[in-house]
Ligand binder design. Structure first.
Ligand code: AMP
Length: 398
């Protein structure tokens, strides 16, 4: 059933609690990729326009012990948010207590407050991550309405999403959450055909659920990345020192057997002798691996074949880079997939978060796709056909 969205709410003068996903990569206190902050702006700007009092919050990294707090404050994020909103954002370095409560009580319509990393509540008994009921109830008591816009954590039932929703009188999806669900949900459940999936990344084991679900829904699955070698190994192909999951061979063989020919494996590879960008690189056909060579990217014949197969696609979902894109010698395959998808004229193209999203953004394709998901784990679970607790917990639209 469709969930309530922002437009279903009357937020004027109300205190709206907004769970955003500001779990952004940081280095030495600097945000290195602020995509998730930018993606949350439509919801926050809409609430400002509608005269809401806005309290936003997020987790940032993992915090299990007091020492883990170092470098995990959301203060720099609140400063970046203020820049994008072009208005002050009051940052309260607490997750509960008098100071936070009085600051929220003093908010005026259109004002924005952000409180500290919700995972600081994990130090004493994982209250946030274990969805402690009292914590959810407390956070819910700080506002009138709950809006969840954090797709990246929607696959987890935490106090800051499911907990708050279960204690709020009214809850709804933010624009980003709604957009993610619409794009990924439509692609998988109601795709324009041909519907082609591209799956890469290191391991088959991380993507078993996705492969199984997509085998039922997609017309074809193009495989790249480290997971190729486990599949090839089941065919008796020698893949040198490439990553192979020895304990997943049987499973990979079963997947291939039940794929009705829908799984397409690479024909050639770029190989080298060390997991490094410094060694000599060779292009080899699938049967020509030397014992001491590892495949770190798909080769040009594979690229050509995948380009042909993708040419008429109307829906493409991509999860996982097809090579070690972090090394310039092995980024060509992933860049080639980006280019191919960017050139498709009549297709919905979706990148399912994580490393493939990071790669697409790194190589300058940020605006070239219909949708780049902000959630790695969440989009994988959604592609697997699982329900996301952070969505299920929201009010249904009546
Ligand atoms: P995942 O998180 O499973 O999507 O995996 C992403 C990672 O897979 C990236 O860091 C890539 O460097 C890595 N990767 C892609 N292809 C290979 C490969 N052939 N061998 C080892 N790692 C790979």
């Amino acid at each position: 059933m469709a969930k309530k969205n922002l437009k279903d709410l009357n937020v004027k003068g109300k205190t709206v609690l907004v769970r955003v996903d500001f779990n952004v990569p940081m280095k030495d206190g600097e945000i290195t990729d602020d995509n998730r902050i930018r993606q949350a702006l439509p919801t926050l700007k809409y609430l400002i326009e509608q005269d809401a009092k806005i309290v936003c919050f997020s987790h940032l990294g993992r915090v299990k012990k007091a020492e883990d707090k170092k470098g995990k404050s959301l203060k720099p994020v609140s400063e970046k948010l203020a820049e994008y909103l072009e208005k002050p954002v009051t940052f309260i370095p607490e997750t509960r207590g008098k100071k936070l409560e009085s600051a929220i009580a003093a908010l005026k319509p259109k004002e924005v407050l952000m409180f500290e990393n919700t995972r600081f509540e994990d130090i004493d008994g994982s209250k946030e991550s274990k969805n402690d009921d009292d914590l959810g109830a407390y956070w819910a008591s700080l506002g009138d309405i709950f809006v969840n816009d954090a797709f990246g954590t929607a696959h987890r039932a935490h106090a800051s999403n499911v907990g708050i929703a279960s204690h709020s009188e009214e809850s709804a999806a933010g624009f980003l959450l709604e957009k993610e669900i619409a794009f990924i949900g439509d692609a998988v459940n109601n795709p324009q055909r041909p519907f082609i999936a591209i799956l890469g990344g290191v391991k088959v084991s991380d993507k078993i659920g996705v492969i199984k679900n997509l085998l039922e829904k997609a017309d074809m699955i193009l495989i790249g990345g480290g997971m190729s070698y486990t599949f090839l190994k089941t065919q008796g192909i020698e893949v040198g020192t490439s990553v192979v999951e020895a304990d997943k061979l049987e499973l990979a063989e079963d997947l291939l057997k039940n794929a009705y020919g829908k799984i397409v494996l690479p024909l050639d590879f770029k190989v080298t002798k060390e997991f490094s960008n410094e060694e000599a690189v060779r292009v080899v056909d699938v049967n020509d691996f030397k014992e001491d060579e590892m495949g770190l990217d798909i080769g040009p014949k594979t690229m050509e074949k995948y380009q042909k197969l993708l040419k008429n696609a109307r829906t493409v979902v991509w999860n996982g880079p097809v090579g070690v894109f972090e090394f310039s010698n092995f980024s060509q395959g992933t860049i080639g997939i980006c280019q191919t998808l960017a050139n498709l004229e009549d297709a919905t193209t979706i990148i399912g978060g994580g490393d493939s999203a990071a790669a697409a953004i790194k190589f300058g394709f940020e605006d070239a796709f219909s949708h780049i998901s902000t959630g790695g784990g969440a989009s994988l679970e959604y592609l697997e056909g699982k329900e996301l607790p952070g969505v299920t917990c929201l009010d249904d639209r009546t």
